[in-house]
Design a protein around this ligand. Structure first.
Ligand code: 9D3
Length: 246
């Protein structure tokens, strides 16, 4: 549900989601509330009760558009509104949504959506984080992308969603390709050899170390096995940084 269906449709012509739509692993449509407006000006917004700046998306025609969208998805689908006051969207939420038969994503514009529409027709509100966007469309596309790549048949064999950052609660290890030396910087020696156990150990150590350096919150909430703790201590000793305590 968007006042800018062209923005959403443009995104669907490329990338992983576009290919998934092309291969019919995924079906996406837009519903424009302006098309359900009753007046000659196709009005979708109005001034806020109580005064103040900006405009509010009015219950009519928004409600009709959401119901039209709902009629196009399977029973058991969720209706989600994207807005700055929503719960923070994350990978766990993406996994939960990917298990549903379908989604209606409601992208707000202006100052927001009339509260009664949220109460009556929306199951939950989602935010991307603590920064200000101009509307919900980009947020809806972010949710669509994160959920779509979890669906069977959307990613190729090579890229498995399970291997990604956050799939196991850790950030990626560093990646390198040719040349072996670029502007004086060399690819780590261990990656140039064929010792696959050593490479696996090095990658896990880098993942643990980078996650501890950049996102200690992820390490704390995930916890570490005995072997992971040992690797992280090694990383911290080599990098001269403070290891986690406990
Ligand atoms: C008056 C204060 N603003 C709230 C922080 C008003 C306002 C700002 C931005 C109202 C709507 C919007 C449009 N934003 C979204 O639709 C949005 C959003 C965002 O701004 N940040 C993070 N996630 C999201 S999801 C949708």
């Amino acid at each position: 549900m968007t006042l800018f269906p062209g923005m959403v449709e443009a995104y669907l012509t490329g990338g992983v989601v576009g290919r998934a739509v092309g291969r019919e692993a995924l079906e996406v449509g837009t519903e424009d509330p302006r098309r359900h407006a009753a007046d000659v000006h196709r009005t979708v917004d109005d001034r806020p009760y109580g005064g103040g700046p900006g405009m509010v998306m009015a219950p009519m025609p928004l409600g009709v558009a959401i119901r039209a969208a709902r009629s196009r998805v399977a029973e058991g689908s969720a209706v989600l509104a994207l807005g700055p006051a929503g719960r923070r969207f994350d990978q766990r939420e993406a996994e939960r949504l990917a298990a549903l038969p379908g989604l209606v994503l409601v992208a707000g514009r202006y100052e927001g959506i009339d509260e009664r529409v949220l109460e009556a027709l929306v199951d939950e509100e989602l935010s991307l984080g603590d920064y200000v966007l101009s509307g919900g469309e980009l947020a809806a596309l972010v949710v669509l992308d994160a959920v779509a790549r979890l669906l069977p048949g959307v990613l190729g064999d090579a890229a498995s969603a399970g291997q990604d950052s956050f799939g196991d609660g850790l950030l990626d290890w560093p990646h390198y390709t040719r040349p072996v030396e670029w502007e004086g910087r060399r690819v780590p020696e261990v990656l140039q050899g064929g010792d696959h156990a050593a490479i696996e150990r090095w990658r896990l150590k880098q993942s643990l170390g980078r996650t501890w350096q950049r996102r200690p919150d992820l390490v704390r909430s995930r916890g570490l096995s005995r072997e992971e703790r040992q690797l992280l201590l090694e990383f911290c000793a080599e990098a001269g940084i403070v290891p986690p305590d406990g």
